[in-house]
Design a protein around this ligand. Structure first.
Ligand code: PMP
Length: 287
Protein backbone atom coordinates (compact mmCIF):
# COMPACT_ATOMS: atom_id res chain seq x y z
CA UNK A 1 0.00 0.00 0.00
CA UNK A 2 1.49 3.37 -0.93
CA UNK A 3 1.46 6.06 1.71
CA UNK A 4 -0.80 9.08 1.30
CA UNK A 5 0.14 12.64 2.23
CA UNK A 6 -2.01 15.73 2.47
CA UNK A 7 -0.51 18.74 0.68
CA UNK A 8 -2.32 22.07 0.43
CA UNK A 9 -5.82 20.70 0.00
CA UNK A 10 -5.08 17.44 -1.74
CA UNK A 11 -4.46 13.84 -0.77
CA UNK A 12 -1.60 12.61 -2.91
CA UNK A 13 0.65 9.60 -3.09
CA UNK A 14 3.53 10.34 -0.77
CA UNK A 15 6.10 9.37 -3.38
CA UNK A 16 4.69 12.12 -5.59
CA UNK A 17 3.96 14.69 -2.87
CA UNK A 18 5.88 17.95 -3.25
CA UNK A 19 5.98 21.56 -2.17
CA UNK A 20 7.19 24.61 -4.08
CA UNK A 21 10.96 25.00 -4.54
CA UNK A 22 10.71 28.47 -2.97
CA UNK A 23 8.72 27.36 0.03
CA UNK A 24 9.82 29.37 3.06
CA UNK A 25 9.98 26.25 5.17
CA UNK A 26 12.57 24.86 2.77
CA UNK A 27 14.57 28.10 2.38
CA UNK A 28 14.36 29.70 5.83
CA UNK A 29 13.03 27.01 8.21
CA UNK A 30 10.11 29.47 8.40
CA UNK A 31 7.63 26.89 9.58
CA UNK A 32 6.23 25.06 12.57
CA UNK A 33 5.15 21.49 13.17
CA UNK A 34 3.49 18.99 15.48
CA UNK A 35 3.90 15.26 15.98
CA UNK A 36 1.15 13.32 17.67
CA UNK A 37 1.00 9.72 18.75
CA UNK A 38 -1.71 7.31 17.65
CA UNK A 39 -2.33 4.27 19.78
CA UNK A 40 -4.95 1.54 19.30
CA UNK A 41 -6.66 3.74 16.72
CA UNK A 42 -6.82 6.74 19.05
CA UNK A 43 -5.05 10.08 18.62
CA UNK A 44 -3.37 10.95 21.91
CA UNK A 45 -3.74 14.49 23.31
CA UNK A 46 -4.93 16.05 20.05
CA UNK A 47 -6.42 19.15 21.72
CA UNK A 48 -3.19 20.03 23.49
CA UNK A 49 -1.14 19.50 20.33
CA UNK A 50 -3.45 21.72 18.28
CA UNK A 51 -3.43 24.35 21.02
CA UNK A 52 0.37 24.38 20.87
CA UNK A 53 0.24 24.62 17.07
CA UNK A 54 -2.00 27.69 17.41
CA UNK A 55 0.49 29.21 19.83
CA UNK A 56 3.48 28.53 17.56
CA UNK A 57 1.66 30.16 14.63
CA UNK A 58 0.67 33.14 16.74
CA UNK A 59 4.17 33.68 18.11
CA UNK A 60 5.51 33.86 14.54
CA UNK A 61 2.59 35.88 13.09
CA UNK A 62 1.85 33.03 10.72
CA UNK A 63 -1.59 32.43 9.22
CA UNK A 64 -3.81 29.57 10.34
CA UNK A 65 -4.03 27.14 7.42
CA UNK A 66 -7.64 26.17 8.21
CA UNK A 67 -10.17 25.95 11.03
CA UNK A 68 -9.61 23.49 13.83
CA UNK A 69 -12.61 21.44 12.74
CA UNK A 70 -11.26 21.18 9.19
CA UNK A 71 -7.77 20.37 10.44
CA UNK A 72 -9.08 17.62 12.70
CA UNK A 73 -11.03 16.17 9.78
CA UNK A 74 -7.95 16.13 7.53
CA UNK A 75 -5.72 14.61 10.22
CA UNK A 76 -8.18 11.78 10.76
CA UNK A 77 -8.55 11.28 7.02
CA UNK A 78 -4.77 11.01 6.54
CA UNK A 79 -4.60 8.46 9.36
CA UNK A 80 -7.50 6.49 7.87
CA UNK A 81 -6.06 6.52 4.36
CA UNK A 82 -2.75 5.25 5.72
CA UNK A 83 -4.50 2.66 7.91
CA UNK A 84 -2.58 3.78 10.97
CA UNK A 85 -3.63 2.08 14.22
CA UNK A 86 -0.34 2.56 16.05
CA UNK A 87 1.96 5.28 14.82
CA UNK A 88 2.16 9.02 14.40
CA UNK A 89 1.03 11.87 12.25
CA UNK A 90 3.35 14.74 11.34
CA UNK A 91 1.87 18.12 10.52
CA UNK A 92 3.83 21.07 9.18
CA UNK A 93 2.75 24.61 8.38
CA UNK A 94 5.06 27.13 6.72
CA UNK A 95 4.72 30.77 5.77
CA UNK A 96 4.09 29.63 2.22
CA UNK A 97 5.86 29.91 -1.11
CA UNK A 98 7.14 33.24 -2.36
CA UNK A 99 10.09 34.70 -4.28
CA UNK A 100 13.05 34.38 -1.92
CA UNK A 101 13.23 37.42 0.36
CA UNK A 102 13.80 37.57 4.11
CA UNK A 103 10.83 39.89 4.66
CA UNK A 104 7.49 38.18 5.13
CA UNK A 105 5.69 37.57 1.83
CA UNK A 106 2.69 39.72 0.84
CA UNK A 107 -0.40 39.46 3.03
CA UNK A 108 -2.67 36.77 1.75
CA UNK A 109 0.15 34.41 0.71
CA UNK A 110 -1.37 31.06 1.62
CA UNK A 111 0.51 29.03 4.23
CA UNK A 112 1.78 25.64 3.11
CA UNK A 113 0.30 22.73 5.02
CA UNK A 114 1.43 19.15 4.79
CA UNK A 115 0.36 16.16 6.87
CA UNK A 116 1.91 12.72 6.75
CA UNK A 117 1.34 9.62 8.83
CA UNK A 118 3.16 6.40 9.46
CA UNK A 119 2.69 3.20 11.39
CA UNK A 120 5.24 2.28 14.00
CA UNK A 121 6.06 -1.07 15.51
CA UNK A 122 5.12 -1.23 19.22
CA UNK A 123 7.88 -3.86 19.66
CA UNK A 124 10.53 -1.21 18.95
CA UNK A 125 9.26 1.01 21.78
CA UNK A 126 8.88 -2.02 24.04
CA UNK A 127 12.57 -2.76 23.57
CA UNK A 128 13.50 0.80 24.55
CA UNK A 129 11.31 0.58 27.63
CA UNK A 130 12.84 -2.73 28.64
CA UNK A 131 16.49 -1.76 28.07
CA UNK A 132 16.51 2.00 28.48
CA UNK A 133 18.69 4.21 26.32
CA UNK A 134 22.15 5.78 26.51
CA UNK A 135 22.56 9.50 26.06
CA UNK A 136 25.32 12.09 25.88
CA UNK A 137 25.26 15.69 27.07
CA UNK A 138 25.99 18.48 24.58
CA UNK A 139 26.37 22.24 25.08
CA UNK A 140 23.16 24.23 24.53
CA UNK A 141 23.67 26.12 21.28
CA UNK A 142 20.12 26.90 20.20
CA UNK A 143 18.32 30.23 19.91
CA UNK A 144 16.26 31.35 22.88
CA UNK A 145 12.84 30.75 21.30
CA UNK A 146 12.91 26.97 21.46
CA UNK A 147 9.52 27.27 23.17
CA UNK A 148 8.18 27.66 19.60
CA UNK A 149 8.01 24.35 17.77
CA UNK A 150 9.76 25.41 14.58
CA UNK A 151 11.25 23.18 11.92
CA UNK A 152 14.65 24.85 12.54
CA UNK A 153 16.14 21.75 14.13
CA UNK A 154 19.73 21.75 12.91
CA UNK A 155 21.31 21.82 16.42
CA UNK A 156 19.02 18.94 17.40
CA UNK A 157 19.98 16.97 14.30
CA UNK A 158 23.71 17.50 14.95
CA UNK A 159 23.32 16.55 18.62
CA UNK A 160 21.52 13.30 17.78
CA UNK A 161 24.04 12.41 15.11
CA UNK A 162 26.89 13.03 17.56
CA UNK A 163 25.14 10.72 20.03
CA UNK A 164 24.84 8.03 17.39
CA UNK A 165 28.48 8.33 16.40
CA UNK A 166 29.55 7.86 20.02
CA UNK A 167 27.41 4.75 20.53
CA UNK A 168 24.55 6.50 22.34
CA UNK A 169 20.99 7.00 21.13
CA UNK A 170 20.18 10.56 22.11
CA UNK A 171 21.51 13.83 23.48
CA UNK A 172 20.66 16.26 26.27
CA UNK A 173 21.34 19.98 25.95
CA UNK A 174 23.13 21.47 28.97
CA UNK A 175 23.65 25.22 29.42
CA UNK A 176 26.91 26.95 30.41
CA UNK A 177 26.06 26.75 34.09
CA UNK A 178 25.62 22.98 33.92
CA UNK A 179 21.82 23.16 34.03
CA UNK A 180 19.95 20.45 32.17
CA UNK A 181 17.73 21.94 29.45
CA UNK A 182 16.03 19.18 27.44
CA UNK A 183 16.67 16.33 25.07
CA UNK A 184 17.21 16.79 21.34
CA UNK A 185 13.56 15.79 20.84
CA UNK A 186 12.16 15.30 24.33
CA UNK A 187 11.89 16.73 27.84
CA UNK A 188 14.03 15.43 30.69
CA UNK A 189 12.82 14.20 34.08
CA UNK A 190 14.59 12.78 37.08
CA UNK A 191 13.46 10.93 40.17
CA UNK A 192 15.44 12.33 43.10
CA UNK A 193 16.83 10.15 45.92
CA UNK A 194 13.80 11.41 47.94
CA UNK A 195 11.42 10.07 45.32
CA UNK A 196 10.35 13.44 43.92
CA UNK A 197 9.70 13.80 40.22
CA UNK A 198 11.68 16.72 38.94
CA UNK A 199 11.50 18.56 35.61
CA UNK A 200 12.65 22.04 34.75
CA UNK A 201 10.13 24.86 34.32
CA UNK A 202 8.92 25.23 30.74
CA UNK A 203 8.19 28.94 30.59
CA UNK A 204 11.33 29.50 28.50
CA UNK A 205 14.48 27.69 27.37
CA UNK A 206 12.73 24.47 26.37
CA UNK A 207 9.73 23.27 24.44
CA UNK A 208 6.75 22.78 26.70
CA UNK A 209 6.12 19.16 25.78
CA UNK A 210 2.56 17.93 25.61
CA UNK A 211 3.65 14.61 27.10
CA UNK A 212 5.31 16.56 29.91
CA UNK A 213 2.03 18.38 30.63
CA UNK A 214 -0.03 15.19 30.59
CA UNK A 215 2.56 13.41 32.70
CA UNK A 216 1.93 15.98 35.42
CA UNK A 217 -1.74 14.90 35.35
CA UNK A 218 -0.67 11.25 35.48
CA UNK A 219 1.67 11.83 38.42
CA UNK A 220 -1.14 13.52 40.31
CA UNK A 221 -3.40 10.49 39.78
CA UNK A 222 -0.60 8.21 41.00
CA UNK A 223 -0.01 10.48 44.04
CA UNK A 224 3.56 11.20 42.94
CA UNK A 225 5.02 14.55 43.86
CA UNK A 226 6.10 16.68 40.89
CA UNK A 227 8.48 19.60 41.39
CA UNK A 228 9.21 22.02 38.56
CA UNK A 229 12.67 23.44 39.12
CA UNK A 230 15.99 23.58 37.35
CA UNK A 231 18.54 20.87 38.09
CA UNK A 232 22.17 20.41 37.22
CA UNK A 233 24.00 17.55 35.53
CA UNK A 234 25.46 16.34 38.85
CA UNK A 235 21.97 16.08 40.32
CA UNK A 236 20.90 14.09 37.27
CA UNK A 237 23.87 11.73 37.64
CA UNK A 238 22.90 11.07 41.27
CA UNK A 239 19.21 10.49 40.45
CA UNK A 240 17.33 7.28 41.10
CA UNK A 241 15.88 7.46 37.62
CA UNK A 242 16.25 9.67 34.56
CA UNK A 243 13.79 9.58 31.68
CA UNK A 244 12.66 11.40 28.56
CA UNK A 245 9.12 12.33 27.64
CA UNK A 246 7.87 12.94 24.10
CA UNK A 247 4.80 12.13 22.04
CA UNK A 248 6.69 9.49 20.09
CA UNK A 249 8.25 7.70 23.07
CA UNK A 250 5.91 8.71 25.92
CA UNK A 251 8.32 7.90 28.73
CA UNK A 252 11.72 6.42 27.88
CA UNK A 253 14.16 5.41 30.64
CA UNK A 254 17.74 6.67 30.39
CA UNK A 255 20.22 4.23 31.87
CA UNK A 256 23.51 5.85 30.95
CA UNK A 257 24.68 9.46 30.57
CA UNK A 258 28.12 10.23 29.06
CA UNK A 259 29.18 6.63 29.63
CA UNK A 260 28.21 6.57 33.32
CA UNK A 261 25.30 4.49 34.63
CA UNK A 262 22.27 6.04 36.27
CA UNK A 263 21.55 4.21 39.56
CA UNK A 264 22.09 0.49 38.86
CA UNK A 265 22.08 1.02 35.09
CA UNK A 266 18.60 -0.44 34.60
CA UNK A 267 15.23 1.22 33.92
CA UNK A 268 13.42 2.28 37.09
CA UNK A 269 9.93 1.51 38.31
CA UNK A 270 8.58 5.07 38.47
CA UNK A 271 8.91 5.71 34.74
CA UNK A 272 7.35 2.30 34.11
CA UNK A 273 4.29 2.92 36.24
CA UNK A 274 3.79 6.36 34.71
CA UNK A 275 3.95 4.87 31.25
CA UNK A 276 1.46 2.16 32.16
CA UNK A 277 -1.06 4.75 33.39
CA UNK A 278 -0.41 7.34 30.67
CA UNK A 279 -2.76 6.18 27.93
CA UNK A 280 -5.74 5.87 30.28
CA UNK A 281 -5.36 9.43 31.50
CA UNK A 282 -4.43 11.19 28.23
CA UNK A 283 -7.13 12.55 25.96
CA UNK A 284 -8.06 10.09 23.20
CA UNK A 285 -9.72 10.98 19.90
CA UNK A 286 -10.96 8.15 17.72
CA UNK A 287 -9.74 8.11 14.13
N1 PMP B 1 11.60 19.06 23.34
C1 PMP B 1 11.92 19.00 22.05
C2 PMP B 1 13.10 19.77 21.54
C3 PMP B 1 11.15 18.23 21.17
O1 PMP B 1 11.46 18.17 19.87
C4 PMP B 1 10.05 17.47 21.68
C5 PMP B 1 9.26 16.57 20.79
N2 PMP B 1 8.47 17.26 19.90
C6 PMP B 1 9.75 17.57 23.04
C7 PMP B 1 10.55 18.38 23.86
C8 PMP B 1 8.60 16.81 23.65
O2 PMP B 1 7.38 17.37 23.26
P1 PMP B 1 6.06 16.48 23.14
O3 PMP B 1 5.87 15.81 24.46
O4 PMP B 1 5.00 17.48 22.85
O5 PMP B 1 6.28 15.52 22.03
Amino acid sequence: MSRIAYVNGQYVRQSEAAVHVEDRGFQFADGVYEVCEVRHGMIVDLTRHLNRLDRSLRELSMAQPMSRAALTFVIREVLRRNRVRNGIFYLQVTRGAARRDHYFPADGTPPTITITAKSTDPAVSAKKYANGIKVITVPENRWDRVDIKTVGLLPNVLAKQQAKETGAQDAIFVDRKGIVMEGASSNVWIVTPDGELLTRPAEHGILKGITRTTLIDVAEKLALKVVEREFRVDEMMAAREVFFTSATGICVPIVEVDGKPIANGHPGTVSGSIRDAFFDIAEKTAI
